[in-house]
Design a protein around this ligand. Structure first.
Ligand SMILES: NC(=O)c1ccc[n+]([C@@H]2O[C@H](COP(=O)([O-])OP(=O)(O)OC[C@H]3O[C@@H](n4cnc5c(N)ncnc54)[C@H](O)[C@@H]3O)[C@@H](O)[C@H]2O)c1
Length: 256
């Protein structure tokens, strides 16, 4: 059987590394595609054999073509995880045209560029795509351009599922709630209680770990999910189901 290769964009980041570690359990090799090559190479040393790094700017279609060439050289991709992402402007008032376009470029356009560059390889292996979106693409939790882009990425997931299903490609999305990663560094520095305060709103009373996200990705990329395509799976400790304090207020019941 041909070797199974996973590609993880933003693979040097905290969630990206957890996804790579999970994919290495049932893939032969994982390629970390990140614009920070030094961090990606350091991650490959931690992750061990089977893992390699490539410098890619996912917002640049030419760089995505280089990624496709590297993946082809490594045997062709079976699982693509579009994980690179970040949020800039925190509110509509603080956004401007440049920050709006930058958030959209990284959190929506890039997933289209990477998928398009790798579509033929994925089709050749009846592979699968997992897009890392966010609860921000499902409800309003701040960071508007990022959120609008993630909502677009959810729809891109459906577009891929419907157009490429006949080629055997499945496409699904994972929507994490709050995950303590380096993306939160500035907010955690400004408010050291930010994660405890966030956890109070989650039904499970805790926030999400990178491993929680990675396990969902591993499932969706596996044959166990062979009939699942076009869905968005929240990995959010219940946030999108409802908020206990609001249920308590609305019902005036201490049962919540
Ligand atoms: N941390 C959270 O609370 C949270 C919640 C929901 C969704 N997410 C999503 O999870 C994904 C991973 O986030 P994280 O928290 O691990 O962030 P992170 O900052 O730890 O990792 C992001 C990685 O993406 C890379 N990257 C950024 N721009 C790039 C580009 N143009 N080309 C290639 N690589 C690029 C960075 O170098 C970094 O290694 C993102 O899509 C994010 O939106 C995170």
């Amino acid at each position: 059987m041909a070797a199974r290769l996973g590609v993880v964009t933003g693979g040097a980041g905290d969630i990206g590394q957890a996804i790579a570690r999970r994919l290495l359990r049932d893939h032969d090799a994982v390629l970390l595609a990140d614009r920070d090559l030094g961090a990606a190479e350091a991650a490959t040393r931690d992750l061990g054999p089977g893992c390699s790094a490539v410098c890619v700017d996912v917002t640049d279609p030419a760089s995505c073509a280089d990624l496709a060439a590297a993946a082809a050289e490594a045997g062709g991709v079976a699982t693509l995880v579009n994980n690179a992402g970040a949020a800039a402007a925190v509110s509509l008032r603080s956004a401007d045209a440049a920050s709006w376009q930058a958030d959209r470029a990284l959190n929506l356009d890039a997933a289209y560029y990477v998928f398009s560059a790798l579509a033929d390889q994925l089709a050749a292996r009846r592979g699968s795509v997992v897009n890392i979106v966010s609860v921000n693409g499902m409800g309003v939790f701040g960071h508007p351009a990022y959120s609008a882009a993630k909502a677009g990425m959810i729809h891109l997931t459906r577009l891929i599922a419907v157009e490429y299903g006949s080629k055997g490609i499945r496409a699904n999305a994972v929507a994490p709630g709050t995950v303590r990663t380096r993306a939160w560094e500035a907010r955690a520095a400004a408010n050291p209680a930010v994660f405890d305060q966030a956890a109070e709103h989650y039904a499970l009373g805790r926030i999400v770990t990178p491993e929680d996200v990675a396990e969902a990705v591993g499932f969706l990329a596996s044959p166990l999910a062979g009939a699942i395509t076009g869905v968005v799976l929240p990995v959010d400790c219940g946030l999108t189901a409802g908020i206990p304090a609001l249920a308590r207020t609305f019902s005036q019941s201490d049962d919540y």
